[in-house]
Design a protein around this ligand. Structure first.
Ligand SMILES: Cc1cc2nc3c(=O)[nH]c(=O)nc-3n(C[C@H](O)[C@H](O)[C@H](O)COP(=O)(O)OP(=O)(O)OC[C@H]3O[C@@H](n4cnc5c(N)ncnc54)[C@H](O)[C@@H]3O)c2cc1C
Length: 140
């Protein structure tokens, strides 16, 4: 069996999930809470109160923003919410003084939109002998 990014797009659409592994989608920042001097929790709304983000446990997504020079930057982030949390997702972000994507998050205000793509899909062949050997005969 082979799982591809296109397969994930079709599956996500069938299951009403929001993320698209091939295209960035915009999500509105509805709440920002400062947790410490350089860490904040960002809550983003999904299209409807019952929408599911569509990010399996252990996977991450790509967020796109602009650095202090206005140049595009894309970094990986893992939400602190699960797909069982409907209608929204949360990111807890540590912002570094010189960080490029940190600058984008530092500047984000409620009502702004964040471009997100994911899950970051690994294309793998479940019938491949290497995969099977790692699955059923873990290497220690
Ligand atoms: C799978 C994955 C999931 C992630 N999830 C999260 C998440 O949920 N929340 C989150 O805050 N980050 C997360 N990260 C880290 C995130 O992708 C960025 O690397 C981070 O936000 C810094 O990016 P930047 O562009 O602001 O910094 P950069 O421009 O890449 O770095 C600029 C400077 O910032 C400092 N810096 C950057 N990263 C670190 C670090 N890790 N430790 C110490 N100093 C550093 C260094 O001084 C560095 O020179 C994740 C990374 C991965 C790979």
């Amino acid at each position: 069996m082979c799982i591809t990014a296109t397969g994930v797009v079709v599956l996500n659409s069938l299951l009403g999930r929001c993320l698209d592994p091939e295209n960035f989608k915009q999500f509105k920042l509805v709440k920002r809470i400062q947790l410490s001097h350089n860490v904040a929790k960002f809550t983003f709304a999904l299209p409807t109160p019952t929408s599911v983000l569509g990010l399996p446990i252990g996977q991450h997504m790509s967020c796109r923003g602009k650095d202090s020079l206005g140049e595009e930057v894309i970094k990986a982030y893992t939400p602190t919410t699960l797909d069982s949390d409907l209608g929204h997702f949360e990111l807890v972000i540590k912002m570094y003084p010189q960080g490029r994507m940190s600058h984008h998050f530092r500047e984000m205000r409620e009502g702004d939109y964040l471009a997100v793509k994911g899950p970051k899909v690994k294309i793998f062949d479940l019938s491949h002998p290497t995969y099977l050997s790692h699955c059923y005969f873990p290497q220690f």
